[in-house]
Write a protein of this length. Structure first.
Length: 725
């Protein structure tokens, strides 16, 4: 059998091999012999015949340092015919023809609109936050379908085809590159609320109360979400809103002085009234966000970071956020999906019983056992991993520490320019146990990913401040540009990030070491080396282009399904890789296994150091309502080991029979295990879709994600019972 490893000297029959392969769009790649081997393997030819075919092809290319795609294809067909393999030659011609037809189909708006009209599940369920039954979402899906076809033609052809093949995933293709929009951001609420802003025809001044401040926040969120395609976050919101609550307090002091003479009673009255104002304002914000719809036909992906403020007003804002979430939405007290709550734990603030805000940490634990949120940030570890402390943008995208021209650390007002994810399991499947070949293919995919990310950056530079005034002119991005200003002022020198995503380290490890490799140090080191290599590429690209390229542990809400489905078509059902019908997110432990929380997090803790552009850890628990101390024990243990931790626990409710606990997975959704109810009108089923929570009965998710959720095993520790309900 012909050995086509990276060392060309292994191929004795070949005297000369071209150095470069030139794609149709003119981009050069190293000439890869293994690709010929993959095609011939698919033709089911014997080893001797394969040797003869490759020898014939390369003899036709002798003397050429560079060869084009068409030259290789012609040599391939001619050689097959010369060897009497006319049927194989015709099959190859048909394959290339079908490949071109697929390209034409994917870039034809009419074809994709027909799929949408036929309610293709891969289109209508791609985003679990979008209700495809309602008009505004249908409008967005229609526009996005057209945008995808046009966007594919705008980007470099080798990038577009790599996306369609499933080698990479060019995220948010329904919005970009057709539109030069940015991805996610940390909105600079402090700047906007302090100096005022403009939305539409309304000039909005700085608020004089916390109620007005949160009302303005909701309007800002709606407009920002309609001007970008990713999540929007508020960092340290308790500290941002405190000055406006203080205005309420001073107002109530003045009011009470008119009819109360005792100074202590005056203060007590003002405090009581201010606390109610804070609660009402935060409750209004919760309802506003959950009833908002952006121009994208969905509730804005919103994250609120809080937990560090220690004044009585900041503490009250924190407590109100948590109490409101515990109370639930509406008369049925349903779990709010948005905003995502991210609570910060910090030594000396709330970590230990003697800390001033420990009582709020206990409230956060209670909230997580009942509503899954808040997820928790470990203050010191986030600083260590990312260079400064800040909440994530959206569900998990982290900015890296950055200082402006005056040496001031800046987080709010910064943004991400987009994500491209590489399909690591496919590289492993192609390599088929050959690590040298794995790294060769890895290098090629990094070249494609680099081209895609550079194009992401170039495209957002085409934007004008007038395209998104709320972002560029009125403070959401921190600086206020003139209508004809240069948006690059907000992106360059590392102020913005652009992200290289990855998926499926578990599947890569399985390909080389078998399905139970988590305790194999060699396997762990190999998968860690992959993330290190991603990190090295990003550092090199950052230096080359003066934008911050970061490694991102992709949420893969629908990508877990797409990549696996495409690889199943190509490689068949490979045990513990494609036969699961989903790929494992980023560096996560195989969800089908049940290590303790400590074992799971110990396994995962090394990876975020090299993927600090985006990461999160989860643990799966039984019902913890009666055992909150068990959850707190995990949080405390994790404090100096990981940066960002989410809680997955059964919080489903059936309003027909009264069941509370974990709904049973079915072929297409979930149902009450007691009475079989699966009507979203009479039950509340909440699952961790990826970084955000989702309600799969109201808004179904793609098949692969559903299977992954149904496959999740519990991470138990002493004192936990798996069947607690």
């Amino acid at each position: 059998m012909l050995d086509l490893k990276t060392d060309r000297n292994n191929i004795k029959i070949i005297k000369e091999v071209p150095s470069y392969f030139v794609k149709r769009d003119g981009v050069k790649f190293s000439f890869a012999l293994y690709k010929l081997k993959l095609v011939l393997n698919a033709m089911d030819l014997s080893g001797k015949i394969q040797e003869n075919v490759i020898s014939g092809i390369l003899n036709k290319l002798v003397g050429k340092d560079e060869v084009s795609a068409q030259e290789v294809a012609t040599a391939f067909v001619d050689t097959l015919k010369e060897l009497g393999l006319d049927d194989k030659a015709q099959a190859y011609i048909e394959y290339r023809k079908q490949d071109e037809e697929k390209w034409e189909e994917q870039t034809n708006p009419t074809e994709r609109l027909a799929r949408l009209q036929g309610k293709d599940p891969s289109l209508v369920h791609e985003n679990a936050n979008k209700d495809s039954k309602v008009f505004n979402t249908q409008r967005d899906l229609t526009a996005g379908t057209v945008g995808k076809t046009l966007g594919l033609k705008m980007m470099p052809e080798h990038v577009a085809k790599a996306h369609l093949r499933g080698d990479i995933h060019y995220h948010d293709l329904d919005y970009t590159p057709w539109s030069p929009m940015t991805n996610c951001c940390l909105i600079d609420f402090k700047e906007m609320l302090t100096h005022g802003f403009k939305i539409g025809n309304a000039e909005v001044e700085s608020p004089h109360s916390i109620q007005t401040a949160t009302a303005q926040m909701a309007q800002i969120i709606a407009n920002v979400a309609s001007s970008q395609y990713g999540g929007c976050s508020a960092d340290r919101i308790d500290e941002v809103l405190a000055p406006f609550a203080m205005k309420n307090y001073h107002k109530h002091l003045k009011e009470s002085e008119e009819f109360i003479t005792d100074e202590d009673k005056i203060k007590a009255f003002a405090v009581k009234r201010t606390k109610k104002d804070i609660y009402d304002a935060m409750q209004a914000l919760e309802y506003e966000i959950n009833t908002l719809f952006s121009s994208q036909g969905q509730t804005p992906f919103t994250t609120l970071g809080f937990g560090l403020g220690t004044s009585w007003i900041e503490r009250e804002i924190q407590k109100s956020i948590l109490k409101i979430r515990i109370a639930g939405l509406g008369k049925e007290k349903r779990t709010a999906i948005f905003p995502k709550l991210v609570f910060t734990i910090k030594k000396g603030v709330n970590l230990k019983p003697e800390d001033p805000n420990y009582d709020i940490k206990e409230l956060a634990v209670e909230c997580a056992t009942k509503r899954m949120y808040p997820d928790v940030l470990m203050y010191d570890k986030i600083k260590e991993l990312t260079g400064s402390f800040k909440a994530p943008m959206g569900c998990r995208s982290f900015l890296q520490g950055w200082k402006d021209e005056n040496g001031q650390e800046v987080n709010s007002g910064r943004m991400n320019l987009g994500v491209v994810t590489v399909n690591l399991p496919r590289i492993a499947l192609k390599a088929n146990g050959d690590k040298d070949l794995f790294w060769q293919i890895f290098d090629e995919e990094m070249q494609v990913a680099k081209s895609a990310l550079v194009f992401k950056v170039k495209r957002v530079l085409d934007a004008s401040p007038e395209n998104a005034p709320i972002l560029y002119q009125f403070g959401a991005f921190g600086k206020r540009l003139k209508p004809d200003g240069n948006v690059d002022e907000l992106f360059k020198n590392g102020r913005a990030t652009v992200s290289l995503g990855y998926i499926g380290l578990y599947e890569v490890g399985t390909s080389f070491y078998g399905p139970d490799w988590e305790n194999n140090q060699e396997a762990h080191d190999f998968t860690l080396q992959i993330v290190k290599e991603l990190n090295l590429r990003c550092k090199a690209w950052s230096k080359e282009y003066n934008y911050h390229f970061s490694v991102y542990s992709t949420p893969s809400e629908s990508l877990t399904d797409r990549f696996c489905k495409l690889d199943t078509e190509r490689f068949g059902k490979v045990k513990d890789i494609t036969d699961k019908e989903y790929y494992t997110n980023s560096f996560h432990y195989d969800v089908r296994k049940h290590p303790s929380p400590f074992e799971k997090l110990t396994f995962e803790m090394d990876y975020p150091k090299y993927a600090s552009g985006g990461f999160i850890h989860y643990c799966e628990y039984p019902n913890l309502r009666q055992n909150p101390k068990a959850l707190e024990a995990v949080w405390d243990w994790a404090y100096d080991k990981i940066g960002y931790l989410g809680t997955n626990t059964p919080i489903d409710k059936c309003y027909k029979c009264g069941f509370q606990g974990e709904f049973k997975p079915t072929a297409r959704g979930f149902e009450c295990p007691k009475c079989g109810n699966h009507d979203p009108k009479t039950c509340d089923c909440v699952k961790r879709t990826c970084g955000y929570l989702g309600n799969p009965l109201q808004r179904p998710m793609v098949h692969g994600r559903h299977v992954e959720i149904a496959s999740r095993a519990k991470n138990l520790m002493n004192g936990m019972a798996e069947d607690e309900q």
